[in-house]
Design a protein around this ligand. Structure first.
Ligand SMILES: [Zn+2]
Length: 225
């Protein structure tokens, strides 16, 4: 393939935990090109003779593109860069040919601080956290828990990622609520008939009222509730 493969294999910059059958967790070294700037790791596959297959997403392609390779060779990743993103390929080659500095491999923390994808990742993580808090009715203070914040950063592989505070979460939930209410109102306005049922209950000394709404729509939207 490419003579760059062997050299690249020694340029591993980050590690990722994988689970083997039987629940054993191991870590694999990723090729240096999977740096969350050009490529981000999608998944790891089978490990044979110490080589693990990996799939990564090209962050430079509009809409992303999945490239497959393994931990010992990054030829496919380099090939894609050379063919589709020549400027990035030149920059990559230039950087590789430079003598190593004190900090040969940039830490994940440093990488994240310059990544343009970080803000998108943060937004997505914040949204997923909000959905978790709402759907599982967790207290808003969940986002203040150091262990929870650590878990989110770990799952996102972004040690430096900003996670929303409790106040921001509250604002986001209110905004989301307004969005849902207006979307539902719009939908209900277009109906001729609907059926309402209600239920009341109490829990932990608090009273609740649940209202369920059913309606029937004509084809292609057969039924919604
Ligand atoms: Zn690409």
């Amino acid at each position: 393939m490419l003579g760059e493969n062997e050299a690249e294999a020694s340029q591993s910059s980050s590690e990722v935990a994988t689970h083997k059958p039987g629940g054993v967790q191991t870590t694999v070294k990723l090729p240096g090109i999977i740096d969350n700037r050009r490529y981000s790791l999608l998944s790891t596959g089978k490990t044979t003779n110490g080589v693990t297959s990996i799939s990564a997403n090209c962050l430079l392609c509009k809409g992303g593109k999945t490239i497959h390779g393994d931990t010992k060779s990054s030829g496919n990743f380099i090939k894609h860069l050379r063919a589709v993103h020549p400027t990035q390929h030149d920059e990559y080659k230039k950087r590789k040919s430079q003598p190593p500095t004190d900090e040969t491999q940039p830490s994940m923390k440093k990488l994240c601080s310059v990544l343009s994808v970080t803000s998108g990742k943060t937004k997505r993580a914040d949204h997923l956290v909000m959905m978790y808090i709402v759907n599982d009715m967790r207290p808003l203070s969940t986002v203040s828990s150091p262990a929870f914040r650590c878990m989110i950063r770990g799952l996102c592989q972004s040690p430096d990622m900003q996670i929303m505070c409790r106040k921001t979460l509250q604002i986001q939930i209110n905004t989301y609520y307004d969005e849902i209410v207006s979307a539902l109102s719009l939908k209900l306005k277009s109906l001729d008939y609907l059926c309402l049922t209600a239920d009341c209950w109490s829990s932990h000394a608090r009273a609740f009222l649940g209202v369920t709404c059913h309606w029937i729509r004509t084809f292609p939207e057969n039924q919604e509730c």
